[in-house]
Design a protein around this ligand. Sequence first.
Ligand SMILES: O=P(O)(O)O[C@H]1O[C@H](CO)[C@@H](O)[C@H]1O
Ligand SMILES: O=c1cc[nH]c(=O)[nH]1
Length: 234
Amino acid sequence: MTFHIGAKPGDIAETVLLPGDPYRARWAAQKYLENPVLVNEVRGMLGFTGTYKGNRVTIHGSGMGMPSLSIYANELIKDYGAQTLIRIGSAGAMQENVKVRDVVLAQAASTAGSPSRLILREMNYAPVADFGLLSAAHRVALAREVPVHVGGIYSSDVFYDERPDLNKELTRHGTLCVEMEAAELYTLAARYGRRALAILTISDHLITGEALPADQRETSFGAMVEIALEAAFA
Ligand SMILES: O=P(O)(O)O[C@H]1O[C@H](CO)[C@@H](O)[C@H]1O
Ligand SMILES: O=c1cc[nH]c(=O)[nH]1
């Protein structure tokens, strides 16, 4: 047990899927894992361990924002030995050609202020995905004919953004979408020699204003979960 995870040693699999939303964790575990068992509910942050095609997998909520993700990823890595961490999140599109419900594989994640800035200070460190996971996920998405984009994303510290000028520049520089966790996940994975990837489903569009309701963000992003599970064991 840790401060934030009530699981016993051995309850957490080496492969962990990390949605921000704990209810998305419950939905995905019940839909895609065989014999899912609840292994954590401290603070309502649900985690389940089961198997996928015979492979052990944990699906655990990470909360919203990099400080929250950092707590769970640190404990999953350092206390429970997680080796492969795949974020399955929602994101807001920042390009016209990236549509609602499309999937984005985050090759790199720019940020203005992750918890790791305290270590890296003035350095503009480039947090990147594990290439093996990224290429496997891309192959799976293409084979399943899922609309998929690969490229840079923005990990923001704020959902209610008041810097339209910054978003405009990020769009101009090819950023595909905005979310709030991937940059810190990639930085922690690099620090501890683990594999990480963020797979995102577009839930809303910063240019068109289109947006999916909360229940659909919780339970309708199956393609992303299947890509994550297949890529983890490719
Ligand atoms: O749907 P999740 O995985 O929580 O991801 C996105 O949704 C939350 C904001 O609504 C942030 O956590 C953001 O990164
Ligand atoms: O962080 C996020 C997640 C989804 N949509 C957004 O606009 N921002």
